[in-house]
Design a protein around this ligand. Sequence first.
Ligand code: SF4
Length: 263
Amino acid sequence: MTADFERLARAERAGTADLVEIFSAIQGEGPRTGERHLFVRFLHCDMKCAYCDTPACHVPLDAWRLEKTPGRRDFERRPNPEPVDALRDIVVGALSGPVRHTAVSFTGGEPLLQPWVIRALAPAVRARGAKVLLETDANLDAAFLSVRDCIDVLSMDWKLASATGEPVREGAHRNILSASRGIEAYVKAVFAGSTADDEILAAARAVAELRPDIPLVLQPATPFAGFRDAPSPDRVLAAQEAAMAVHGDVRAIPQIHRLSGQM
Ligand code: SF4
């Protein structure tokens, strides 16, 4: 965990956001892979997964970076925290330009550590015709309920202890999965080479029980920094076969943005 709760409390009182970056890119995970999204990446996380590929979200950044022109990587630095009103203007400006975005992806870090920011930005995102997509580790169920009606697409993790190196918060995962009924959603389970079938089956059974209408995405962990425990091609097939024995819609989707050299 790398969340600074005193700093987060100050940000909420002041109506500000603690950020890492905003940029325009191809969505590289899950069933909406390939769409153009505007990514709002939050600082702070309540986990520290072994495979985490966003180390900046764990650092107490005093500045964040804004892509001035969507897709051009012409970043400028701005001080943290950013006032929410100014952040809304930035997002609206990006959505009003010539590059069309299907969704704004609130990602991190863990966006549900700053739910007031999501609530403040969502109406403006929808008013510009884009969807509000939440990418969450699905551990903060109370915070999810506070933003539920703002979310158009839920990308929720089902964390696997063998891959993250941390305990699974199954109760919170189940609460969020149940509360998501009626929302477009998918569950993403990042799995490692050492992940056993029983962990994957627990995720598949929960999706089959609580949201049988949505896909379970098995995402092979991508090697990053010191993490090397990626599943083999044969293991990906075997994991999908095991999960499909209990849930009908199981998709094995790697991180496409990493394979194609995108951010
Ligand atoms: S939940 Fe996501 S951002 Fe947080 S440590 Fe895990 S992979 Fe990184």
